[in-house]
Design a protein around this ligand. Sequence first.
Ligand code: SAM
Length: 295
Amino acid sequence: MSAYRNRSRPTGSQVETPTLKLVPGRAVLGGYQRFTVGPKTLERSRNNYAAKFGALQKTFRVAKRLGCTSLNDLGSSNGLSSFLAAQEGFQQVKALDHDTQCVSVVNRAAQHVHLPVTAQQWSFGQAVPAADVSVMLALVHWVYSCTATLGSFKAIARYVATTCRRAAIVEWVAPTDPAIKAFNHLRFNRGVQKDPYTLAAFEAGLKAHFTHVRLLLKGTPTRWLYLCTKGPTAAADFKALGTVVPRPVSKPVRRPALKASRPLVTRLSAAQAARKRRAALAQSRLAAMGVVRRR
Ligand SMILES: C[S@@+](CC[C@H](N)C(=O)[O-])C[C@H]1O[C@@H](n2cnc3c(N)ncnc32)[C@H](O)[C@@H]1O
């Protein structure tokens, strides 16, 4: 049994090497997550996952209103969620990842743009001081039995619950997800797998270690966000999130190619972002039919 690491990288599992360019007032990050961050601006270079980051932003706002001030970003990569949380007013944000190059670029970027984000090298399962909120996005399929060897959703949820006091936002990644189909994360360390990798087992794991678990967003057919809260009142407290979704699950659509950076996720509501996407898609379909010329 051994935890997977990408041999072409000094540490970590992603194939993408993080990059950083510092320009006056902004940091441009590249790699798995590509975005430009300033003290108050956050611009993603790819317009994918707009709904996911819209839902995240809304959840951060509600959490902030409830008095949450600290956040652990588990498997933070280049810290996109961490920077978003800091801009939403979280005062202590920890970006945690086993990839030392990610840790380095996040720390340098945070210092450059004066946001309260601190990155730290960390392995999933390692004890960390609990924050008010934890986020764990696009990670469950890696830590099940590939880069970590917990081998069950109950064990994963038990650990995540130790990293937060009030709530965790955890992303389900279905076995049919294109990333799993391509890399087959679940082929590693089959011997440690105690539960089946199924949605039912995932939800049962969360329910065993949080007081209340609810679906926040069906962002894509294979990636769903769950809000897991702790304590008798937390579920009621977070009720204000009632309007965040669920969005109907639809087949993935081909989006028009992006030529330049898209506007800030922090400046668009999820509904606005969805409207813009629909308009762009309609325009590209018309262009394909020769009705209009694409700019
Ligand atoms: C697919 S990326 C997701 C990044 C980010 N959470 C997001 O949603 O955009 C997974 C990240 O988790 C990190 N990671 C994977 N397995 C890990 C482990 N066992 N311990 C710590 N970090 C891990 C990788 O280095 C990578 O940055």
